[in-house]
Design a protein around this ligand. Structure first.
Ligand SMILES: C[S@@+](CC[C@H](N)C(=O)[O-])C[C@H]1O[C@@H](n2cnc3c(N)ncnc32)[C@H](O)[C@@H]1O
Length: 235
């Protein structure tokens, strides 16, 4: 696998289903984070947009949570999109039949113009440089009162907590049976080239400025957090 592809989606697309092994060896509490993100979804979304499906781990959780929901899944990687499409078709064929897959960068999402009552994302938004613009766009794409729910990797609130978070992450990666030094170097190269972290407090400011209300962090473990926010205008 090329450790230095041009884009984040190129990096993930080249992994294929190896991603599922690496992500669990490199991200503490990955499955718990997906469960927590799912636990804070609205009960009966009708039209949901997911940004960044990867191999579909959260897409499948979403389909299980909301079997009647029409999903629009956006990812810039054709390989990842196809993996998710296949898995969804195998495990949740009804959801797959109602799903639309869009191969696009999140930054170019003008093509998705319908109104959603739910927008979700799992560890994907930190690849976007201008999160203020993205959040404004997502607010526009939500119907009044619609829900934004995402998990993501973020900076610590101080340099000291960031340094500690980073150190603890590398300790996790280096545990026996987790990552090789080559894999860790690949992750570090990827992070340096494609990740744009901001602190939780800055997410809150940008979400509020974009028009979101009820902004909260409902789960956190070191660098990873689950954030909830609602589009203004609902009841
Ligand atoms: C870390 S993976 C997360 C996948 C999955 N949601 C999960 O929880 O395992 C990030 C995904 O976002 C996609 N991606 C990264 N940056 C992107 C961008 N700017 N536009 C569209 N897709 C992007 C990648 O192709 C990849 O599938």
């Amino acid at each position: 696998m090329d450790a230095r592809p041009d884009t984040a989606s190129g990096y993930f697309g080249a992994m294929g289903d190896e991603y599922d092994s690496l992500i669990r060896r490199a991200l503490p509490n990955y499955d718990e984070m997906i469960r927590e993100l799912t636990a804070y979804l609205p009960a009966h979304p009708r039209r949901a947009l997911e940004l960044g499906c990867g191999t579909g781990n959260f897409t499948l959780a979403l389909a299980e949570h909301a079997p009647d929901c029409a999903l629009t899944v956006v990812d810039a990687s054709p390989e990842m999109t196809e993996l998710t499409r296949e898995r969804l078709a195998a495990l949740h064929p009804d959801s797959a039949g109602r799903s639309t897959f869009v191969i696009s960068r999140f930054e170019d999402l003008d093509s998705v113009s319908e109104a959603f009552d739910l927008i979700v994302s799992c560890i994907s938004l930190h690849h976007v440089t201008d999160k203020g613009r993205l959040f404004r766009h997502l607010h526009e794409a939500l119907s009044p009162g619609g829900a934004l729910r995402f998990a993501d990797q973020m900076l610590g609130g101080s340099q000291a907590s960031q340094d500690r978070n980073w150190e603890r992450w590398l300790e996790y990666c280096r545990q026996p049976g987790h990552c090789t030094e080559d894999e860790i170097q690949g992750l570090l190269d990827h992070a340096a080239a494609h990740d744009h972290y901001i602190p939780l407090a800055v997410h809150f400011e940008l979400l509020e400025a974009a028009g979101f209300t009820g902004i909260d962090c409902v789960w956190r473990n070191g660098m990873w957090a689950v954030v909830t926010a609602d589009a203004s205008g609902g009841n």
